[in-house]
Structures are given as structure tokens and as C-alpha cells.
Design a protein around this ligand. Structure first.
Ligand SMILES: NC(=O)c1ccc[n+]([C@@H]2O[C@H](COP(=O)([O-])OP(=O)(O)OC[C@H]3O[C@@H](n4cnc5c(N)ncnc54)[C@H](OP(=O)(O)O)[C@@H]3O)[C@@H](O)[C@H]2O)c1
Length: 317
């Protein structure tokens, strides 16, 4: 088989944490070619993907780009679709997801994988506000009605949220970890940088097996108390949990949220949903991704692999 005989997979958000994992895993498998879609082909992240062997295509991930997206999906046997972080009051996430799916269908892509989440609006009868979940669920519903073979992945909370968005801070010699969950509530978490790729590789390797399916990706089910205990044990640092679950707690530790009341509501709505209803609805087999890839990192392995000691880390550019 020459390189040109290998099926081509187009990856939206290829420089994202999820996208990078998918790109690297597909290329390392040597079973697929990868076309990486990015806003900026000269960014360090895009250059890193090119060095791995990906073809880089510039397409802004925004509304009104259907024609460029169709061109970027042309010739692809599969497409991995995801939506970037979009905060309210911006409501472009659902239309953007639909645009990605429409473009994949128009280009004749064989199988699409969309990174989705649960429909919080429907599950909670509209009592919890979490549009970045519900919008993805609505895109998934839309894709179910399109004439294309499709699967969905559904990732747990990212471990990386504590490095990127909810960063610990020192009080004297003690590191305080403000976490957006009650101390003893066990929630599903995952490392998007290593866990997404193996699942998506499996799906694109057997699209007929996974057509119509939603696959959860979970690395650990762990409470903030266990997160902090494990952190202390692995790093040897003094560390304590702080409550960023209530409005007061969230704004005490992350005052930068305050100017965007809708973002505060969304963050609280998301975590209240997770605590009261469960992050994943009951129908999912949360052990599936670990059985597929026994190397999926639990929290302790994530800490040991990354060497994280509480500092802020950026995953973008
Ligand atoms: N955090 C969690 O716990 C969690 C859990 C489940 C699902 N999610 C969902 O995962 C998605 C984010 O995935 P990720 O964390 O892997 O992405 P990420 O690392 O934040 O990267 C997003 C990528 O999207 C591209 N992009 C295009 N337009 C953008 C824009 N307007 N703003 C920011 N990035 C833009 C950027 O690539 P270029 O610059 O190369 O174009 C960037 O690399 C969100 O939809 C989020 O809701 C998050």
C-alpha cells in the first residue's frame, strides 16, 4: 500500500487537545492519511502536526465558510468534527456544528465522528443552563438525520481544566485547588490529549461497527478529595481543596468570570447538572474506552506522565 492508497481523514480543530490526539494517533497507526484543518497554518501547533505527516489546510472555524469546508473535506473517507470553546452570549456553536456536518455530507465524506455532550436542556427540563452541552447534543441530533454514516464521542471533564482554566494558587506554602465540584462528588474525568485518539482510530477502523453509536471517553471517576489526595501523594506538595462549586466560591477564586454573568450561569449550570443528574446519562458504558485502550490515563498516571505540580499550562499557541 502506498501512502496515497491510505484513506484520508479530515480533522477539524486539529490543533486542539482532542484534535492533536486524533491526528497523532491516526498517523502513528500508519493506516490513515490526515488532513488537519486550522485557522493558521504557520502556528507552532500546526507546524508540529505537519512534522508528524499531516497535510495542513487553512479554514477558519466560523460561520459562512461552507465552501472552504467542502473543499477541505473533499476526498476524505472520514472527518472528525469538533466545536471550539464558545462562551455565551455567543450562540454560534450549534450552527457551526451543523455547518461542519453539512459540508462533510456535501463533500461526500464516508463517515463523520462528532465530539458531542449530553442534552442538558432536555434532561433537566430546562432547569439547568449549559448551552455548550445542549448545543452539541442538538448538532448530534441534526447529524442523525443526515445521509451520512456517523458516530459520536463524548468526553468526560478534562483533567487539563485544572491546568488551563481553574488553576491552583499558593497560600503561603500550601497550594489551594479550587475545584468546580463538591469535595466528595465523584465525577468522570479524562485526558483529552491522549484518550481521544485511540477511540477515534477504532471508530474509523470499523465505521460500520460504530455507525449510530455514542462512545464515552473516560479516564477516571474521581472526587475532588481524591484528586487533591493523589496530587499531594504524587507531587509531595502541601495542597488543599477549595470549593469553586457555589457561585460565591467560583467568583472568590475566579473573579475573572464575574463580568460575564451568562458564563457564570453556564459554569454553575453545568456542574449542578453533573451533580444532580450525572455527567453522562445512564445508557453509557463508562468502562468502554478503558477496555479499548488499557493505557488510558487515570488521574495518578496523568500527574506522573505530565509532571504537573499545580502551575498554569497553556495547550494552545
Ligand atoms: N473542558 C472540558 O472539560 C470539556 C469536556 C468535554 C468537552 N469539551 C469541549 O471540547 C471543546 C474544546 O476542545 P479542546 O479543549 O480540545 O479544544 P482547544 O484545545 O481549546 O482547542 C480549540 C481549537 O479550535 C481552534 N479554534 C478555531 N476557532 C476558535 C475559536 N474561536 N476559539 C478557540 N479556538 C478556536 C483552534 O485551532 P486553530 O487556531 O489551529 O484554528 C484551537 O486549537 C469545547 O467544545 C468544549 O465544550 C470540553
Amino acid at each position: 500500500m502506498t501512502i496515497h492508497d491510505k484513506p484520508l481523514i479530515a480533522i477539524v480543530g486539529a490543533t486542539s487537545k482532542q484534535g492533536r490526539s486524533v491526528t497523532a494517533t491516526l498517523l502513528q497507526s500508519q493506516r490513515f492519511r490526515v488532513r488537519a484543518l486550522t485557522r493558521s497554518k504557520d502556528s507552532p501547533s500546526a507546524r508540529a502536526l505537519r512534522a508528524l505527516g499531516a497535510e495542513i489546510v487553512t479554514v477558519p472555524l466560523e460561520l459562512g465558510r461552507t465552501k472552504e469546508l467542502v473543499g477541505a473535506f473533499e476526498g476524505a473517507a472520514g472527518a472528525f468534527l469538533m466545536t471550539p470553546p464558545i462562551a455565551p452570549p455567543d450562540t454560534s456553536e450549534a450552527p457551526l456544528g451543523r455547518q461542519l456536518a453539512d459540508a462533510a455530507v456535501e463533500a461526500g465524506v464516508g463517515h463523520v465522528v462528532f465530539s458531542t455532550l449530553e442534552n442538558v436542556e432536555k434532561i433537566t427540563g430546562g432547569t439547568k443552563y449549559a448551552p455548550h452541552f445542549t448545543d452539541k447534543a442538538e448538532v448530534a441530533d441534526y447529524i442523525r438525520g443526515l445521509p451520512v454514516s456517523h458516530s459520536f464521542v463524548m468526553l468526560a471533564f478534562f483533567y487539563t481544566n485544572l491546568m488551563e482554566y481553574y488553576v491552583p494558587r499558593y497560600d503561603g506554602d500550601t497550594l489551594l485547588l479550587p475545584i468546580y465540584l463538591p469535595e466528595d462528588f465523584a465525577a468522570p474525568f479524562v485526558d483529552p490529549l491522549t484518550a481521544t485518539g485511540p477511540v477515534v482510530l477504532e471508530i474509523f477502523s470499523h465505521p460500520e461497527r460504530y455507525n449510530g453509536k455514542t462512545l464515552p471517553i473516560v479516564g477516571d471517576i474521581i472526587s475532588p478529595r481524591e484528586i487533591v489526595d493523589t496530587f499531594r501523594r504524587v507531587t509531595g506538595l502541601k495542597a488543599e481543596y477549595r470549593n469553586a462549586f457555589s457561585r460565591d466560591g467560583l467568583l472568590r477564586y475566579f473573579p475573572e468570570f464575574a463580568p460575564n454573568e451568562l458564563l457564570v450561569r453556564e459554569t454553575l449550570g453545568m456542574v449542578e447538572y453533573a451533580v444532580e443528574y450525572g455527567y453522562f446519562s445512564g445508557e453509557h458504558d463508562l468502562g468502554w474506552s478503558r477496555r479499548l485502550d488499557p493505557d488510558t490515563l487515570n488521574w495518578e498516571q496523568f500527574l506522573r506522565t505530565t509532571g504537573w505540580r499545580g502551575e498554569k499550562r497553556a495547550f494552545g499557541l
